[in-house]
Design a binder for this molecule. Structure first.
Ligand code: NAP
Length: 293
């Protein structure tokens, strides 16, 4: 089956904007919806159709891609009176790329299957820079034929697709990967705080890591400026990683699995969030470490 002619993209935030632009650049016919209309202007300027509601978008498109914040946002854009689901017909497809909980993803899959809609659970690994360069790694939970059909669409946004199984396997894998990202970020922040407390320049940590091939990790370079300049413009907002850490802990608790380090990271991120840092990059936990306990 050929690739569907028109893609409706919902959620033009840090990630979605870059991903929708890449679909447009790759030659797909892209129409968009975003809750805050101002974010659609550059797409209208590029000749993309802008829908006033998710329902209107779903009426004009065969395939809907969602890249919104969280389960509440998905509920809003899918199930509200003007939600996309109310316009779905058999043969349509929904590709969710937001990071949701596995339960929310399973619910979404169930609703799609009941309506004869193809569903792909496709959260992504990689942040703003990877989204801009179409270098995301897509973690897919989908039937193989559906994944094959939509591979050209996914490859316009990402460089690799890891097929984890059926929904919500993509989301389950995403949480495992983000567990490492959350801990690595906190490790960098704690290491910098300890260096500073001992009168050691934190830049020397990065220099040492870069000299050691076993520790020379691209993610450390990505967060170097945040940590050394104590400047935290959001690439991955803290509020999203906090959401993900809570999903990880909930999934572990269901299976009577303890994640003591992730639990400590979640507490630190909660403190940081409560200090008003939710919209900053997650590396902002460094500032929270410097606050009195
Ligand atoms: P973001 O910049 O905060 O954008 C969120 C998007 O969701 C915006 O378009 C926002 O619309 C929309 N939205 C939020 N609440 C809504 C609601 N109630 N109704 C309708 N729309 C709503 O987030 P992001 O960084 O692009 O991340 C998007 C998703 O990808 C999240 O699930 C995140 O965990 C995941 N992710 C992020 C990164 C990263 O590095 N940033 C990496 C991998 C995965 P408005 O414009 O109106 O606010």
């Amino acid at each position: 089956m050929s690739v569907p002619p028109r893609i409706g993209f919902i959620g033009l935030g840090i990630m979605g904007r870059a991903m929708a632009l890449n679909l447009h650049r790759a030659g797909f016919q892209v129409a968009v919806y975003n809750r805050t209309r101002a974010r659609t202007t550059e797409f209208a300027d590029l000749g993309c159709e802008v829908a006033s509601t998710p329902r209107a978008l779903a009426k004009m498109c065969d395939t809907i891609i969602t890249m919104v914040s969280d389960p509440a946002a998905i509920g809003e854009v899918m199930d509200g009176p003007e939600g996309a689901a109310s316009a779905f017909q058999g043969g349509n497809a929904l590709i969710n790329m937001s990071t949701l909980s596995p339960d929310c993803t399973s619910e979404l899959a169930k609703k799609c299957y009941a309506a004869g809609v193809v569903f792909l659970d496709c959260p992504v690994s990689g942040s703003k820079a990877a989204a801009e360069k179409a270098q995301l790694v897509i973690l897919a939970g989908a039937e193989k034929p559906a994944l094959e059909r939509y591979t050209p669409v996914l490859k316009a946004m990402g460089k690799e697709i890891v097929h984890a199984g059926l929904p919500p396997a993509g989301t389950a894998l995403k949480l495992c990967v983000n567990l490492i990202v959350a801990q690595l970020t906190t490790a960098l922040a704690e290491s910098a705080a300890l260096a500073q407390a001992q009168g050691i320049d934190p830049a020397l940590i990065f220099e040492t890591l870069a000299h050691n091939p076993a520790l020379n990790c691209g993610y450390f370079s990505l967060k170097k400026d945040n940590i050394l300049k104590r400047d935290f413009p959001a690439a991955f907002p803290l509020r999203h990683m906090l959401k993900d850490a809570r999903f990880m802990l909930a999934e572990a608790a269901k299976r009577r699995l303890e994640l003591p380090v992730t639990a400590a990271v979640e507490r630190l991120m909660t403190k940081s969030y409560n200090s008003g840092y939710g919209d900053k990059d997650l590396s902002v936990v460094l500032d929270t470490l410097a606050e009195p306990l």
